[in-house]
Design a protein around this ligand. Structure first.
Ligand code: PA5
Length: 448
């Protein structure tokens, strides 16, 4: 049997006692029970926690659709924002070759659009797509989000002009609500292949649905292994009322107790650039789930050792308002060893013969102790290797902890009412029908 993800609280002990963490985790079993019985806040959005079982029947269909896109194109553009792109981007970046865009060997490129409204970004993308044989996966649960809707309008037009309307329809897949929203109507009208986003799964909890799995499968990665990993994490979290052995309960309890010590910022740390977008995915998951009613930790992230040469100084000696959660990956996938040099002019021979991972691991340990000495509590989450299986574990573990943590804070972790404020102003300023009056008021305000 494979080992499971684990959590290490040794380096939080001088800030919050292990017994306190355990006690809160044990009390929080009621939140786990609420999630399992569906009687807590946001209980119409609990579909995510049974996904490791519920999605299995769809995996073959997802793989078949991915195979089709890979066979008709060399590039797929994923259009989506927030929960509709971060999960797949996180997994694809974690598993891809670091320089995949420069690899000579033939592979399928995954590009992203609709996650911003930057004109130069989209214009650059269109220039690249002029020379590519590409497909599109457009993802929006509401089917009405402005950023992906604009990107899809532009790319659909580009693709139809490039290959014709019928061929374009054959290489566009829409992932959206089963019946509602503009994207659903558009897909039905044009005969696109579609996947449904279950009603009871919110955007940021949707990576284990076709929202995340189809792009990941098109990228050539093993979605069955991701689900197997998520299922294992479900076993040790959702179905585990023994708090000490439930990493989601312990993590949720520890971070909330650390918050009570006045540390309002949680910095998620990775020691590999491959985790960059997993950190971004986590920030969205926790930021949107907890940041409401004047509550919640501010989720931030750093990549070490890179950021030890920028934010490291602040973390070591700046305001004591933060703590760290380090994702520790024990083994690399590949091998790179430091050579010996005859004259040792760079004085690195003491490292000769060592693998970079050993140096990195010691940087990690040294950083942990230094930050601890600087009054920074450090939670560690351990996985043996960054592969599909452990990404599945990490995703499910973090989702479960987020839901429990939201309940500890007494907020609904499944809504995001605050996201509407900027949208209303943007619509008003752009004179969207129905927003004219508000537009006048905002323009006055902007005049000063
Ligand atoms: O978590 C969420 O619900 C949001 O971040 C959404 O994923 C994001 O706003 C995109 O929404 P949609 O999929 O409806 O386009």
């Amino acid at each position: 049997m494979k080992e499971n993800l684990s959590i290490d609280l040794k380096n939080t002990g001088s800030f919050v006692a292990y017994e306190e963490v355990f006690a809160l985790a044990q009390r929080s079993v009621i939140h786990l029970d609420s999630l399992n019985s569906g009687n807590g806040a946001g209980n119409d959005f609990l579909g995510w926690f049974s996904l490791p079982d519920d999605i299995i029947s769809q995996l073959d269909k997802i793989e078949k659709a991915a195979k089709h896109l890979r066979s008709v194109s060399d590039t797929t553009v994923i259009i989506g924002i927030g929960g509709s792109y971060l999960g797949s981007k996180a997994v694809i970046e974690a598993l891809s070759h670091s320089f995949s865009h420069m690899q000579r060997k033939k592979h399928h490129d995954i590009l992203f659009a609709g996650q911003n409204i930057c004109e130069d970004y989209l214009a650059d993308l269109l220039e690249i797509l002029d020379d590519r044989n590409y497909s599109i996966i457009v993802i929006s649960k509401s089917g009405t989000t402005t950023e992906p809707a604009i990107a899809f309008r532009i790319l659909k037009d580009h693709l139809e002009r490039k290959v014709g309307k019928a061929a374009a329809a054959d290489r566009i897949i829409a992932i959206t609500d089963s019946s509602r929203g503009a994207l659903r109507s558009l897909a039905d009208l044009n005969g696109y292949d579609t996947f449904d986003i279950p009603d009871n799964v919110g955007g940021r909890y949707s990576v284990l649905t076709p929202v995340g799995l189809l792009p990941i499968a098109v990228g050539g990665f093993d979605i069955k292994a991701i689900i197997t990993g998520a299922k294992a994490a479900e076993g040790i979290t959702r179905h585990n009322r023994n708090a000490a052995a439930n990493p989601s309960l312990m993590y949720a309890a520890a971070r909330n107790l650390i918050l009570q010590t006045g540390r309002h910022i949680e910095v998620l740390v990775g020691f590999t650039p491959k985790l960059h977008y997993l950190l971004e995915w986590w920030k969205q998951l926790y930021g949107e789930s907890e940041g409401k009613e004047g509550k919640g930790l501010f989720p931030a992230s750093v990549e070490f050792t890179t950021d030890l040469h920028s934010l490291g100084q602040y973390i070591q000696e700046g305001q004591r308002i933060l703590f760290e959660t380090m994702i520790s990956v024990r083994n690399p996938v590949k091998k790179c060893t430091i050579p010996s040099e005859k004259d040792d002019s760079d004085q690195l021979n003491y490292l000769a013969g060592k693998r970079l991972s050993e140096v990195n691991l010691n940087a990690e340990k040294g950083t942990l102790l230094a930050h601890n000495d600087g009054n920074v509590p450090v939670i560690t989450i351990n996985i043996p290797v960054l592969d599909e299986y452990y990404l599945g574990q990490l995703i499910y573990f973090f989702e479960m902890a987020c839901a429990i943590s939201g309940y500890i804070l007494d907020v609904n972790p499944f809504d995001q009412p605050g996201v509407e404020a900027y949208k209303k102003n943007m619509f008003a300023l752009l004179n969207k029908p129905g927003f004219e009056e508000e537009g006048k008021k905002l323009r006055e305000r902007l005049k000063g």
